[in-house]
Design a protein around this ligand. Structure first.
Ligand code: AMP
Length: 281
């Protein structure tokens, strides 16, 4: 596996395989099986796969979250090597932000209005700035994004369509622990009792979906019941539970099975912020 640490090395590696279909998986490292499932998807679709590892400062609105973001570089490199990943790109801020750590301006046309966009000002502009910079440098044919960050995936699809980036966006399903917790690099910061209780996020949401009675349940009662059940877990404080249209990401007026919808949740579990989402119908 090639370790790429400069733009020149990246250009050289790209030129060695111009005719090959290139898959790109952007990550912030501290890799887990969720990330590796995206690498596998890329390998199935493409001739070569490049993974980037970069903790992007402009998408953090919380300094402590950025400072405490886990790093396990040696283990990440071994896991990628063992999977037969072709290259890993390890850029620094100067390569990605030659004019300083600033985000571009975007119009996400309302996709960022709710949920993560409301709670984390600047987050999506920082994310989209670094991802479009990666697209310009790497020129991938395919880029893989996880449904774990569903709003991020929707926003990237929107930017790609609006700005005509010649890249296919491939979504990867959410990879979960055996007890249902969505895998996340942040999970390793949970204390043992918090880790145990965090399984309630998936348990509560999936139970609410499986018992959803479309004749009787309104969106508000559904969300309230989820919030009540989650807030009853000692280490969990709910930030939001929101049922939204899967395409527009606007909150549903009422349940209407004619359009795909999902339930989205963000909670604070101890000192760690966790998100998840599931299809409603
Ligand atoms: P991150 O390193 O958290 O920026 O995530 C890098 C990519 O991995 C993003 O596209 C995430 O959506 C995706 N990802 C993170 N966790 C999971 C998971 N549990 N299942 C599938 N994809 C994931």
């Amino acid at each position: 596996m090639k370790h790429i640490r400069s733009i020149e090395e990246l250009a050289r590696w790209k030129s060695e395989g111009r005719e090959k279909k290139l898959g790109f998986v952007p990550t912030m490292g501290a890799l887990h099986k969720g990330h590796l499932s995206l690498v596998q998807l890329s390998q199935e679709k493409c001739d070569r796969t490049l993974v980037s590892i970069y903790v992007n400062p402009t998408q953090f609105n919380n300094k402590e979250d950025f400072a405490k973001y886990p790093s396990t570089l040696e283990a990440d490199l071994s896991a990628l090597e063992a999977m037969g990943c072709d290259a890993v790109f390890l850029p620094d801020a100067e390569m990605l932000y030659p004019e300083g750590l600033k985000s571009r301006r975007f119009d996400f046309e309302g996709l960022d209005r709710h949920m993560e966009g409301a709670g984390r000002p600047g987050h999506f502009e920082g994310m989209a700035t670094v991802v479009t910079r990666f697209f310009a440098l790497i020129e991938p044919d395919v880029a893989v994004f996880g449904e774990k960050d569903y709003q991020q995936l929707s926003i990237i699809r929107h930017v790609v369509a609006k700005e005509n980036w010649p890249v296919e966006i491939l979504p990867g399903p959410i990879f979960r622990e055996a007890d249902g917790l969505a895998m996340s690099s942040r999970n390793m910061r949970l204390l043992p009792h918090e880790r145990k209780e965090s399984a309630q996020i998936y348990a509560v949401l999936s139970r609410a979906i499986s018992t959803l009675d479309l004749e009787k349940t309104t969106r508000k009662t559904f969300e309230k019941a989820c919030i009540k059940a989650l807030d009853a877990v000692p280490s969990i404080r709910v930030e939001y539970v929101s049922c939204c249209d899967a395409a527009t990401l606007q909150p549903l007026d009422e349940f209407n099975t004619s359009r795909p919808a999902r339930v989205f949740a963000a909670v604070q579990c101890g000192k760690v912020r966790l998100i998840d989402n599931l299809p409603l119908f």
